[in-house]
Design a protein around this ligand. Structure first.
Ligand SMILES: Cc1cc2nc3c(=O)[nH]c(=O)nc-3n(C[C@H](O)[C@H](O)[C@H](O)COP(=O)(O)O)c2cc1C
Ligand code: SF4
Length: 426
């Protein structure tokens, strides 16, 4: 089983530095592209590989790049979205801390493809080790001639900067990220215009996830057929999957795209901890719908998880066990989302704290029978199409699916006027 993204990351948690990266073929894809390929050929290759974005929405990367107008003068921008604040998601961190040059090479190739003049790594504030490694990698890449003017003697030049965020989940939404990078309040922007046409400082901009960009050098070196062959299903490549919760070995693994939930849970995460039973899981991070043990044979690719009624999201599964209160579990998530709402649109600004309050009253034994209908109304009113960005609809996914799959737990809280779980989370 090939693990192109992570195979060279040292086991001791150290980063692969420039000389080590070069020793395993690092920057050969950049040399090849600058020597033998037109920018459009790089884009076409990524399009043919059918690489889908690993940031949560699964949008086709080559297609996204193709929207950048190529013959306009002035700056263009490429941004690596390394904000990674989705609860339960810790996959990009592995790549940032372990193989920073793989990301940089992918960013330089992506910049070449869209003819970007400047590139930014927008990094989560709390990722201090990643910041240290990225800073060093960028400096080393400049010294080695992979960044700056006339890269490797070619006509292509690129400047690169590391920007550390302010510790808000909202900044990961790509248009809020652009406002934040411009020094403005991190609220999302109306689309259209899309960032590909009018993004950072009104110039064409591509925002891609860290894992997405880490693929580019491998695709340039090995081609689209190789990329597709890594996967079990139609979505090519491997995926960095994660599992958290009461399992024996919580962690992250690079595995073929399309592995089943069961294999991920039982073989890689080592199964449930002694004494705990699996009740359900958010398959793709906190803002995805619960799946249950009836779904354990679902293939974890974009289409497979969608067909089961959830989303692959970031591919990092959060497990709910039988001794954790589902109402408390969802309350905990809604507390996070309410806190992280940017306050720009009314349904989200008012609805999320209200949702959190209702869930809290259920936990406290003061819930009313009418609360379930009220929660369902919130799930509808904060759903897709009613808010300015995807934060609120994402926040409703664990709630609406908990009401569907764990309804008896909600009802029991109301009937017994208390949380029936001895040790519940808040
Ligand atoms: C509230 C919110 C937070 C997000 N956070 C991230 C993030 O931390 N990292 C990320 O890559 N995408 C995040 N996204 C998705 C981005 O808006 C965007 O779709 C993604 O960066 C595109 O990259 P991709 O095409 O490579 O998947 C977030 C979206 C929302 C609505
Ligand atoms: S949905 Fe929430 S986070 Fe998104 S713009 Fe509206 S208030 Fe802000």
């Amino acid at each position: 089983m090939e693990r192109p993204l992570t195979q060279h990351i040292p086991d001791n948690g150290a980063a692969l530095h420039l000389r080590e990266y070069e020793a395993v073929g690092g920057y050969s894809a950049l040399r090849k592209a600058l020597r033998d390929m037109e920018p459009a050929q790089v884009s076409t290759l990524v399009k043919e590989a059918n690489l889908k974005g690993r940031g949560g929405a699964g949008f086709a990367t080559g297609m996204k790049w193709s929207f950048v107008p190529m013959n306009v003068p002035g700056p263009k921008y490429l941004i690596a979205n390394a904000d990674e604040m989705e609860p339960g998601t810790f996959k990009d961190r592995w790549l940032l801390e372990g193989n920073p040059h793989q990301l940089l090479e992918g960013m330089i190739l992506a910049s070449y493809a869209i003819q970007a003049t400047d590139a930014f790594v927008f990094l989560r504030w709390a990722y201090k080790d990643a910041a240290r490694e990225m800073r060093r990698a960028i400096a080393d890449a400049y010294t080695a001639g992979y960044l700056g003017k006339n890269i490797l003697g070619s006509a292509f030049s690129l400047e690169m900067q590391l920007h550390t965020g302010v510790g808000r989940y909202m900044c990961g939404e790509e248009t809020a990220l652009l406002n934040s990078l411009e020094g403005k309040r991190a609220t999302p922007r109306a689309k259209p215009p899309f960032p590909q046409v009018s993004g950072l400082f009104g110039k064409p901009t591509i925002v891609n996830n860290v894992e997405t960009l880490s693929w580019i050098s491998h695709i340039v070196n090995n081609g689209e057929a190789w990329f597709k062959s890594l996967s079990y299903t139609a979505d090519g490549g491997t995926k960095i999957y994660g599992v958290s919760g009461r399992v024996n070995k919580p962690g992250a693994w690079e595995l073929p795209m399309g592995i089943t939930m069961r294999e991920l849970l039982e073989e890689h995460a080592g199964g449930m901890r002694n004494g705990y039973r699996f009740r359900g899981a958010l398959p793709g991070g906190a803002s995805t719908d619960f799946l249950t043990d009836a779904h354990l044979d679902v293939k974890m690719d974009f289409a497979g998880v969608a067909a089961a009624g959830s989303r692959l999201g970031t591919g990092t599964m959060v497990v709910l066990d039988d001794r954790t209160c589902p109402v408390g579990f969802v309350h905990n998530l809604e507390h996070f989302f309410a806190q992280e709402s940017c306050g720009f649109c009314t349904p989200c600004r008012e609805g999320l704290p209200w949702t959190e309050k209702i869930l809290w009253s259920l936990e406290n034994g003061t819930g009313e029978p009418s609360d379930l209908e009220l929660l369902e109304r919130h799930a509808r009113l904060l759903g897709p199409g009613n808010t300015f960005c995807a934060l609120a609809p994402g926040a409703m996914e664990p709630l609406q699916s908990a009401l569907k799959y764990f309804r008896e737990d909600f009802e029991q809280h109301i009937k017994e006027k208390k949380c029936p779980y001895a040790h519940h989370q808040h």
